[in-house]
Design a protein around this ligand. Structure first.
Ligand code: ATR
Length: 265
């Protein structure tokens, strides 16, 4: 996705994956200060640990507590979180442009880093039920975001009743994600639990139709996968790295789709 965009922009840079064990994070971050490095994306488990190694972070990073994008500005490193932009775009794809109507009832499944970005974006007038397998983690997150959004934490076992009446259900867990090239056929919610009238947003993008999305279709509900979030967080990162307002989002989406279809490894 990024290499296709860099080529389309006629830039000489390349985007590559770097496996960084925790004990090598500081050295890896130092290497990003070199001239010629535009920046990096950061993923699990470094999204939080990287914050003190950077020279500055945005307000969104301070609120969410996680960095997914590092920008090298003349040897100084800044942390941002473009999952926020990605999730906003994904919501818009599902018909929930923000700021949305007041009183939106949202169920967020999961309480990890992706859920934090979702709570940051939802904010304001939404009321959120946060469902997690480990309820203590949901409770901690709910307490942390209490000033920002009305949020109640519940254990996954109680969710069927709580899904009732939801306008929007957002899966931020990894349940349903492809493993070893196989669709696990698993959903974070039990069969028959999706309420009438809800829209389902699954942050999982591989497989392109998840078990949760199949459950939604069986119930006659609209559902979207996480592809647009993947593409738009990437486009937002590329804008920061290249200091451009416009990047070729269509090229990035096409490259992501091609890679996900298995024709590019
Ligand atoms: P991310 O930063 O991508 O959100 P994470 O911090 O590891 O990743 O969070 C993963 C989320 O998926 C968590 O809410 C996790 O639940 P726990 O807090 O109970 O671990 C959830 N999750 C992962 N696998 C799960 C499974 N098999 N069943 C239910 N929830 C699962």
């Amino acid at each position: 996705m990024h290499n296709a965009a860099l080529a389309a922009l006629d830039l000489p840079h390349t985007y590559r994956a770097l496996a960084v064990p925790p004990q090598e994070l500081a050295a890896a971050v130092r290497s990003l200060r070199e001239p010629g490095v535009l920046g990096a994306n950061v993923t699990v488990p470094h999204k939080e640990q990287i914050v003190p190694l950077l020279d500055g972070v945005t307000d969104a990073v301070r609120h969410i507590g996680a960095v997914n994008t590092v920008v090298n500005r003349s040897g100084r490193l800044y942390g941002d979180n473009t999952d926020v932009t990605g999730f906003r775009a994904l919501l818009a794809t599902a018909g929930f442009g923000l700021p949305g109507r007041s009183g939106l009832r949202v169920v967020v499944l999961g309480a990890g880093g992706a859920a934090r970005a979702a709570l940051h974006v939802l904010g304001g007038s939404a009321s959120v039920v946060l469902v997690n397998r480990t309820v203590e983690r949901a409770e901690r997150l709910a307490a942390e975001f209490a000033d920002h959004v009305t949020v109640t934490a519940v254990a996954a076992q109680a969710e069927a009743a709580l899904l009732h009446g939801a306008d929007l259900i957002v899966n931020t867990t990894s349940v349903g994600m492809e493993r070893d090239g196989q669709d696990p056929g698993e959903s974070p919610v039990p069969d028959g639990a999706l309420p009438a009238g809800a829209v389902v947003v699954d942050m999982v993008y591989r497989p392109s139709v998840t078990e949760l999305m199949r459950q939604a279709a069986a119930a006659g509900l609209q559902a979207v996968n996480g592809l647009e979030m993947l593409v738009q967080q990437g486009a937002a990162s590329l804008r920061l790295w290249t200091d451009r307002d416009e990047v070729p989002v269509g090229v990035m989406r096409a490259a992501a789709l091609q890679a996900l279809s298995g024709s590019v490894s």
